[in-house]
Unconditional design. Structure first.
Length: 121
């Protein structure tokens, strides 16, 4: 099963690189790399239909290979997964520290009457 996953990873990387190159070669609205190959030489380099049809089909094939290899990696990863023994919380110890005693604020006793402690208005 590891050989199939290795082949799927290699296919995915190669198809991703092919998609990048093919998209850069295609014609855009601005001056890009496709302008170098899509000029007057397109009839002799890519056939009579020009570079647009060839590059579009090649990009579609590379994208199909990319999606198929992604699905193969997903299915392969699902079958190679180790059984779950309780997740992340299964490794946490159950011991807890005792709660600290609440600290009480000291109460000050004064001999003054409550009327003397008030602020005059």
């Amino acid at each position: 099963m590891n050989y199939i996953l290795t082949i799927a990873i290699v296919l995915q990387v190669l198809s991703a690189l092919a998609i990048i190159v093919l998209v850069l070669l295609q014609h855009g609205k601005g001056a890009d790399l496709g302008a170098a190959f899509g000029g007057g030489a397109s009839g002799s380099l890519f056939g009579a239909s020009g570079s647009a049809n060839f590059l579009s089909r090649s990009t579609a094939v590379a994208a199909t290979i990319f999606f198929c290899s992604t699905l193969a990696l997903t299915v392969g990863a699902k079958h190679n997964r180790a059984p779950v023994s309780g997740g992340v919380l299964g490794t946490v110890s159950e011991t807890t520290a005792p709660a600290p005693e609440p600290v009480k604020a000291p109460v000050e006793k004064s001999s003054e009457s409550p009327a003397q402690n008030q602020i005059p208005r």
